[in-house]
Ligand binder design. Structure first.
Ligand SMILES: [Zn+2]
Length: 181
């Protein structure tokens, strides 16, 4: 359970060590598989998720951390929470993005990079077409780091640029995010 003590512990960690990112946080309203993949589980109640998410965003903005955000069917809820923190400069990465073009734009306008991996890429081709190389990063989201190279290939052919160009731009995007810390 995420309690006020959990928030205190997180805040303490953020202040006393070399922490740069709150990863990963977010909201997931989809049904999911149990750890042994045998049963489908209901998502955690939204109020429970919101409470933890709000607290994590609070710790992040107060300690100048960027967010790695998990959004499954919850961009409206996430935007509402962002609205509560609108006096702070939010920034981060939407990992494994699976939303719409409009949602990607909303996140981009809030200062977030859209993260692409081998699995979400086929589903978000239309989204990627609307984004520039300065607005995305590449991730594995897998235990196989080499998949980043495949993802780079796929983005390069979609954008009709060289792999080197994709690698350079996305690395630069991440460096900027880290540099702002
Ligand atoms: Zn995730």
């Amino acid at each position: 359970m995420f309690t006020p003590e959990t928030e205190n512990d997180l805040a303490e960690l953020a202040q006393t060590s070399k922490v740069t990112v709150m990863s990963e946080t977010g909201i997931d309203v989809m049904r999911r598989r149990s750890d042994d993949f045998r049963t489908e589980l209901e998502p955690l109640p939204l109020e429970v998720q919101l409470k933890a998410f709000r607290a994590q965003v609070r710790v992040a903005v107060k300690n100048n951390l960027f967010l790695v955000l998990h959004d499954r069917g919850a961009s409206k809820e996430i935007m509402k929470v962002f609205e509560e923190f609108k006096e702070y400069p939010l920034r981060g990465i939407i990992h494994g993005f699976l939303g719409s073009v409009a949602e990607a734009r909303q996140y981009r306008d809030k200062g977030f990079l859209i993260s692409v991996n081998k699995r979400n890429l086929p589903a978000i081709n239309p989204v990627l077409e609307t984004l520039t190389l300065n607005e995305i990063v590449l991730e594995t989201d897998s235990s196989e780091p080499a998949q980043v190279a495949d993802t780079c290939d796929m983005v390069a052919s979609l954008k009709r640029v060289t792999k080197a160009k994709v690698a350079e731009a996305t690395t630069e995007n991440l460096k900027k995010l880290l540099g702002a810390v």
